[in-house]
Design a protein around this ligand. Structure first.
Ligand code: MN
Length: 232
């Protein structure tokens, strides 16, 4: 059996301190997972269970340590926002995973940016349309190397931050998540059977904002370093 054309290459993210790469199956994202960000977007964080959207696996943009990756400013938007996030990488699948066992399914963690066409998202919200064009565009998911739990342990607390051109825009602590990683995995696994290779962007803290061509974003999470992405 042959394919009618060559299949696209497998999306993958390098694993820190290793020659191996983590093959990516799906990218799930959590919406409004920090109280102050939910409020800045005009929502009451206490009233809603977690909700999810997805990006295609080939929307990943790898950001190598010590280098500056280039994020192409997407067409059809005049308001592109950064959302600095912790990414959990699933190493073992399952469905209806109990919260007490959920962290056993995590292979590792990475820095991520959930880049967003905020104008298209606002229009989609207003019209009751899907978010795909706002969230799932090409290069919309910058990601750093995956740090294995074996190397860095579980990530329950630690500063998360982002600056633009040296000016701090976001600063919080991952302990401020409304739905911590274990809860997110447990809930998500009731909606989808998770499989090894899935990534979960776990939501952004307050301070999101727009970037323009030429801007330099630097972001980090304590314990897994920092990365740099320039808008081009
Ligand atoms: Mn997000």
């Amino acid at each position: 059996m042959t394919y009618v054309f060559d299949p696209a290459p497998q999306a993958a993210v390098p694993v820190a301190g290793s020659d191996a790469r983590f093959p990516v199956r799906r990218i799930y994202c959590v919406g409004r997972n920090y109280e102050a960000h939910a409020r800045e977007m005009g929502h009451d964080p206490n009233r809603e269970p977690p909700f999810f959207f997805a990006k295609p696996a080939d929307a990943l943009l790898y950001v190598a340590p010590g280098q500056t990756a280039e994020f192409p400013y997407p067409a059809q938007s005049q308001n592109v926002h950064f959302e600095m996030e912790l990414v959990a990488a699933i190493g073992k699948g399952g469905k209806n995973i109990p919260v007490e066992r959920a962290l056993d399914h995590v292979f590792g963690y990475a820095l991520g940016l959930d880049m967003t066409r905020r104008d298209l998202q606002a229009e989609a919200k207003k019209l009751g349309r899907p978010w795909d064009t706002a969230k799932g565009f090409d290069h919309s998911a910058p990601i750093g190397p995956i740090h294995s739990v074996a190397q860095v342990g579980q990530m329950a607390s630690g500063a998360i931050w982002l600056s633009v051109n040296g000016e701090e825009k976001q600063r919080s602590d991952i302990s401020q998540m409304i739905w911590p990683v274990a809860d997110t995995i447990a809930f998500l696994s009731t909606l989808f059977e998770l499989k090894a290779g899935d990534l979960i962007y776990t939501g952004t803290p307050e301070g999101v904002g727009a970037v323009n061509t030429g801007d330099l974003m630097k972001g980090g999470v304590d314990g897994i370093g920092e990365f740099a992405v320039r808008v081009v």
